[in-house]
Design a protein around this ligand. Structure first.
Ligand code: SAM
Length: 231
């Protein structure tokens, strides 16, 4: 199974490894908990999803590997499937950053009583970092993973105080910037290319929102290019 893990899921698995119990929230195919249990990197896992179809996929693969006793499946939204303190770490990966904020907020009790969480937002990373900063969560480390053209951001989060000093750190991640992560340049290039699309689509448009967006994105591209020069 481990060979089946994509580079993104491998990075996430490495961040989880070494605890007794974990939960994979929004597990879909269930690859992550199956791989962790198979390699004895966790003793037991909970694989949950809000939709029946993906959970059925996870159940199938868990059964194929004979892990029904070590991986429990649960149907339900976000952290509502967990009791406070039930697992040492939960993963929310492959979901939008705003959805992750909503799910953390919806079950604050569970989130606050789980010592560690691994979050891998597909978008709105800055909004998630802002939410974490404002709600006494602390990103203790961050990793990047590349799959083809995409660069994925993985955050290891615990409880504590964190304050960002530079507005760019919300978008680019404090740890990546401090450690000059080898994939940071690629992450910046990816963000520049997304902003360039916005600039292309708003250029010459006269509506106030489009004009503002054109200016914001153009300035942001300039800032990203400046950071890139320092790497
Ligand atoms: C793109 S998949 C990601 C699967 C896996 N976590 C990964 O990173 O490869 C997103 C999964 O999240 C599930 N999902 C969406 N909203 C959810 C929620 N509120 N609670 C739990 N799971 C949710 C979807 O059904 C889907 O299976």
């Amino acid at each position: 199974m481990n060979n089946k893990l994509s580079p993104r899921l491998k990075v996430i698995a490495d961040c989880v490894a070494g605890v007794k119990t974990m939960a994979d929230i929004g597990t879909d195919h269930g690859y992550l908990p199956v791989s962790l249990v198979e390699k004895n990197l966790v003793s037991t896992a909970i694989a949950s999803d809000t939709n029946e179809k993906p959970l059925a996929k996870a159940k199938k693969i868990i059964k194929e590997h004979g892990f029904e006793k070590r991986i429990e499946t649960r149907l339900g939204s976000g952290l509502s499937v967990l009791k406070p303190g039930e697992v040492e770490v939960f993963v929310m990966a492959g979901m939008g950053g705003l959805l992750i904020c909503d799910l953390l907020e919806a079950e604050r009790d569970v989130a606050k009583k789980t010592p560690r969480m691994i979050l891998q937002p597909m978008n709105n990373q800055a909004a998630l970092r802002r939410y974490l900063e404002g709600n006494h969560y602390k990103i203790i480390s961050e990793e990047l993973a590349r799959e083809d053209e995409r660069i994925y951001e993985v955050m290891v989060v615990e409880h504590g105080i964190m304050v960002f000093n530079n507005p760019l750190e919300y978008d680019l991640g404090y740890h990546f910037m401090q450690n000059k992560h080898p994939l940071l340049k690629d992450l910046i290039n990816r963000k520049i290319s997304l902003e360039e699309n916005i600039v292309k689509n708003t250029r010459g448009k006269e509506t106030p929102f489009a004009k503002k967006q054109f200016g914001d994105s153009s300035r942001y591209i300039q800032k990203l290019n400046e950071v890139k020069k320092c790497l």
